[in-house]
Ligand binder design. Sequence first.
Ligand SMILES: C[S@@+](CC[C@H](N)C(=O)[O-])C[C@H]1O[C@@H](n2cnc3c(N)ncnc32)[C@H](O)[C@@H]1O
Length: 280
Amino acid sequence: MRSAILDGWVRAFLTAHPTGTVVEVGTGLNTRFDRLDNGAVRWFDLDLPDTIALRRRFFADRQRRTMLVGSVLDTDWFDTVAAAPGPYLFVCEAVFVYLTGEQVHTVLSQLAHRFAGSLIAFDTAGAVMLRNQHRNGSMHAVAARMQWVCDDPRELARWGPELLDTRTFATPQPDVASTWPARYRYGMPLLARLLPFIVNNYKLNCSGSPEFLNEAAMLNIRRALRRLGDAQIGCRPIDAPPSTNIVCPVMNDASSDSKKAIAAAMSWGRPRRPMGTMAR
Ligand SMILES: C[S@@+](CC[C@H](N)C(=O)[O-])C[C@H]1O[C@@H](n2cnc3c(N)ncnc32)[C@H](O)[C@@H]1O
């Protein structure tokens, strides 16, 4: 579920920027490139030396996909990434939670400074999750422990990029949810009602510059309009370039069904509820 939600943002990024660059930070044995390669993206898999050595036993570099030995805490790999075409998306799956708050601050500030206008997707764990991590069976097999408590990912905006979207396992992107088995699709929202303090304590987040929000929202608007059919809307061509802010020029002409679809599409990049309240 975690990977699927992050994949959703990578897919949206690649739809808007097919020749952009994705950096999988703390890649481990992640197979995201193999799942999402669009034939044009430039991709880097960054991890510490021992992990990359292990990874090389299963994966090989290719023309558009390169393994990088380095630490997310350092900047020595920045030039290699910056030489690839922008814009950039950094995916940090199950990495920040193992750092200290101070280290996450450093990483976000460094990325925001060098790769201004890029997107970053990452997960956050709140105090309840950290307190209970010893109960998670998978944690028994590893020495690493989660350290960074983040109950409200909006707070990170003061260190760099703005929070554009935040999800829990109970509130995945609709197009992602539609690929999940029913037990997750319906089970997680139910569990979130029963145990909100647990389900809502772990979040998947996407931060970046607000233009990305507009692009993603406009992509979803176009998809929604396509589903409804141009004739019903009677508006400007749906492939017109995205506007730089979230204003839909067709709203006044649209039927109420269209308005609902557009409103739903525009909610793509917005937190679905006020942060700190519980998902329903
Ligand atoms: C829990 S694993 C997650 C692996 C992968 N992202 C996934 O979700 O499948 C954490 C990964 O972060 C890597 N890591 C830890 N500290 C790091 C650092 N300072 N810089 C880069 N990677 C790091 C570890 O080597 C490990 O591969």
